[in-house]
Design a protein around this ligand. Structure first.
Ligand SMILES: Nc1nc2c(ncn2[C@@H]2O[C@H](COP(=O)(O)O[C@H]3[C@@H](O)[C@H](n4cnc5c(=O)[nH]c(N)nc54)O[C@@H]3COP(=O)(O)O)[C@@H](O)[C@H]2O)c(=O)[nH]1
Length: 710
């Protein structure tokens, strides 16, 4: 059947066609052709033959809509089924029996365009029957519904986004009356959609913002069609929460605002995280005090404020004395607890508007605001020293600590925050140098002293690296035998410019900086190796004495390192005497006492040095494993037959002998002293009378001469 034939058939078969005269028929045909041309739909007829729907007529639109020619479609049993989208085909075919049941059927499916792409069609079919009710053909209309389908799809997507968004969404009309809210909105605010519909968003307003804030939102919307920013809102239960609000005005094609869409996200967690990060960046987590960063900020503010108000700002730089010792001996946990308690006590000394900060490990800094006189800062500094002087009870043990405080005032002693801090630090170092547990105010003249100390510290480090230390040896004489029995190793610093520097000038600094540990180890190793080499060469040295600092004894690895050195030098342990001072025993922790016992257990001897200068307590002699007692030079210097010192030396000697402890008198310079010490019963003597401390080679020569009785 031709296409023309199809139209004629349609006209002919319609019941009305029978009464049409030819002229009218021509007109009707023309009209029909015009309608078919103008309609955006594709009209077709088809018949169901041999299990297939075969098109018998198709309107010209088919080419425009589907890209096919009429020839492609007509009398082609495969055309229709083949071009239905594979995913839709089954459902489409399954719906066809309905056509025969109801004479009418509508279905929507994707159909392949000639260029290969699929588009959506609405296919409306009507079954045409003859007078007997037998199906003659099917008349169908294909309409391109792709736009509608896409619109539906984007609406479906928008609805899914609206329903499943992580942000609360609220839609209002142009007058801000709420027309829709999503589930997240309900969850965030506690209001149901029913409660909010028709309401103004005012219900969510907190008292946090003033009128100008809401006016700014209005202006933003009017000017830019959108506004976004942080806002505090109120939940139904009255809780306030921070949120990020983003409002967009929706306009129609006439640019009239029809709706507003507002997205609100809860910023509570983000705010909390920000708060946490800010806190960590500005506060010390152990003590809860402002840290160095916040302190410096506040110091700058305090200085600029005080400049405006013509007031003074006091700055305290507080460093705990020997805190490292507490950490090492009592453990870091106790050290931490102590720092927390110190922080509390220092805070109790100042007003709320002042700042106490933890500047470093055991360093605290204080800003004192609104001072009228510099003396006010001194009063606070003394108050800090006083509160710290009270014992701290930590884990049931009393702990004592002192502090050294440096003071500086703005604008008297510094022009800016950086200088003020540096000067306070310098004054604190001066307080340490002056004996600790005190405060010192910054003055111009303390700078050179501190600078020379800092220079010395740097040089000391370099001295170790550059091997500028040497060990001198001084003989220790057996007074009864009248000849050398032992040797004391004494360190010297061979400074490239200043020559030989005695230990009194650098040992304390080495202790304070911790350098004494590597330096002390080096002295031990060097002395052991030297004496071992003398012994190997038959040079008679019965004992080697080496000074050991309290800092070394606090080193948990000291005993292991010592034993290791004895092994590697193959030095007999019972020939070694470690000289320690009474002050070490006085402050000895349980660990240090145990370490001394372990040293003794290794067969190493222990000598108590400088006896007679401090407490000179017999208790220590009883409770610690002391083998030798060295009577200090200050007692020996003034000794003569009738002096008190002679009586003291004799008493010490008798007492020591009773306890099985040998006695060595130091600083023997004259024959009378030697004779008196012999008569008192002193075991050994050491001093310039026999020899000053000498470099190894000179000592060797001295020994050779002594052996020959010179
Ligand atoms: N931790 C370490 N401390 C050490 C080490 N080497 C030394 N030191 C300590 O320095 C103190 C001073 O030592 P030094 O300047 O070497 O003085 C010793 C002798 O030179 C001096 N002496 C000896 N006999 C006389 C004398 O007749 N007259 C006089 N005016 N001085 C004399 O006494 C010091 C002896 O030392 P000691 O027996 O240890 O007291 C020294 O005391 C150590 O504390 C080291 O390697 N590590």
């Amino acid at each position: 059947m031709s296409n023309q034939g199809g139209i004629y058939t349609l006209i002919h078969n319609s019941s009305s066609s029978k009464i049409l005269d030819p002229a009218l028929r021509v007109e009707t045909k023309a009209r029909l052709e015009f309608v078919l041309k103008m309609t955006p739909a594709v009209l077709y007829t088809c018949q169901f033959r041999d299990d297939a729907f075969v098109a018998t007529y198709v309107s010209d639109r088919v080419h425009q809509q589907m890209g096919y020619s009429r020839q492609d479609c007509l009398n082609n049993p495969e055309f229709w089924v083949k071009n239905i989208h594979p995913d839709d085909r089954e459902a489409v075919l399954a719906g066809m029996p309905e056509l025969f049941e109801n004479d009418h059927h509508i279905h929507e499916y994707r159909f392949r365009h000639k260029d290969g792409h699929y588009y959506w069609v609405r296919d409306e079919l009507t079954l045409v029957k003859d007078a007997q009710g037998c199906p003659v053909e099917i008349v169908g209309v294909w309409i391109d519904i792709t736009d509608r389908k896409q619109l539906e799809e984007s609406r479906r997507l928008a609805a899914a986004v609206f329903d499943n968004a992580n942000e609360a969404i609220m839609v209002t009309d142009s007058q801000f009356r709420i027309s829709a809210v999503n589930q997240e909105f309900e969850a965030l605010t506690g209001y149901s959609e029913r409660e909010m519909l028709g309401q103004m968003p005012r219900a969510l307003s907190s008292d946090y913002h003033d009128v100008s804030f809401y006016r700014a939102i209005d202006n933003g919307l009017k000017r830019n069609g959108k506004w976004q920013g942080e806002i505090w809102s109120k939940r139904k239960n009255g809780d306030l929460f921070p949120g990020w609000l983003s409002i967009t005005a929706i306009r129609d094609d006439k640019e009239q605002v029809t709706e507003h869409v507002a997205l609100l996200s809860d910023m509570t967690t983000r705010k909390q995280d920000e708060q946490k990060i800010w806190y960590q960046a500005n506060f010390d987590l152990l003590t809860g005090l402002p840290n160095r960063h916040l302190f410096t900020d506040r110091l700058h503010c305090a200085f600029s404020q005080s400049a405006r108000q013509n007031k003074k700002v006091g700055l305290l730089f507080i460093d705990l004395d020997r805190f490292k010792w507490i950490n090492d001996s009592l453990g870091h946990q106790t050290g931490d607890r102590l720092l927390q308690c110190v922080a509390k006590r220092l805070t109790s000394c100042v007003r709320n508007e002042d700042t106490v900060a933890r500047f470093g490990c055991d360093e605290f800094t204080v800003i004192l605001l609104d001072l009228t006189t510099a003396e006010e800062a001194e009063i606070i500094a003394q108050k800090c020293l006083d509160v710290l002087a009270r014992p701290f009870l930590i884990d049931k043990q009393e702990i004592y600590i002192t502090a050294s405080i440096g003071l500086n005032n703005y604008p008297d002693a510094a022009d800016d925050a950086g200088t003020a801090l540096r000067n306070a630090d310098i004054a604190m170092c001066q307080a340490k140098d002056d004996g600790r547990n005190r405060y010192r105010c910054y003055t111009q003249d303390i700078l050179p002293q501190i600078e020379s100390r800092l220079l010395m510290e740097r040089e000391l480090r370099q001295a170790f690296e550059n091997k500028q230390f040497v060990v001198y040896f001084q003989p220790v004489i057996n007074l009864k035998l009248g000849k050398g029995v032992g040797v004391e190793a004494l360190i010297r610093w061979q400074h490239p410019e200043r020559g030989i520097i005695p230990p009194a000038e650098f040992i304390q600094l080495a202790e304070e900086t911790g350098l004494i540990i590597p330096i002390g180890e080096w002295v031990l190793k060097r002395s052991l190796d030297q004496v071992k080499s003398w012994l190997a060469r038959g040079i008679p040295v019965s004992k080697l004495s080496v000074n050991v600092s309290g800092v070394q004894l606090k080193d948990a690895r000291f005993v292991d390192k010592l034993n290791q050195m004895l092994i590697s030098s193959q030095f007999p342990a019972n020939k070694l005497i470690l000289e320690i001072t009474e002050s070490i025993l006085l402050k000895a922790s349980e660990e240090v006492s145990n370490r001394l016992q372990a040293i003794k257990a290794s067969n190493i001897n222990i000598a108590l040095d400088d006896f007679g200068t401090g407490y000179s307590s017999i208790t220590y002699l009883k409770s610690f494993p002391v083998d030798v007692l060295k009577i200090d030079r200050s007692l020996v210097t003034g000794i003569n037959a009738s002096s008190d010192d002679a009586a003291i030396v004799e008493a010490i000697t008798v007492m020591a002998h009773r306890l099985g402890i040998e006695v060595t008198a130091e600083g023997v310079e004259r024959n009378e002293q030697k004779l008196l010490l012999e008569s008192i019963g002193c075991d050994c003597g050491q001093g310039y009378y026999w020899s000053k401390p000498l470099p190894a080679a000179a000592f060797e020569a001295w020994l050779a001469r002594a052996e020959q009785g010179e």
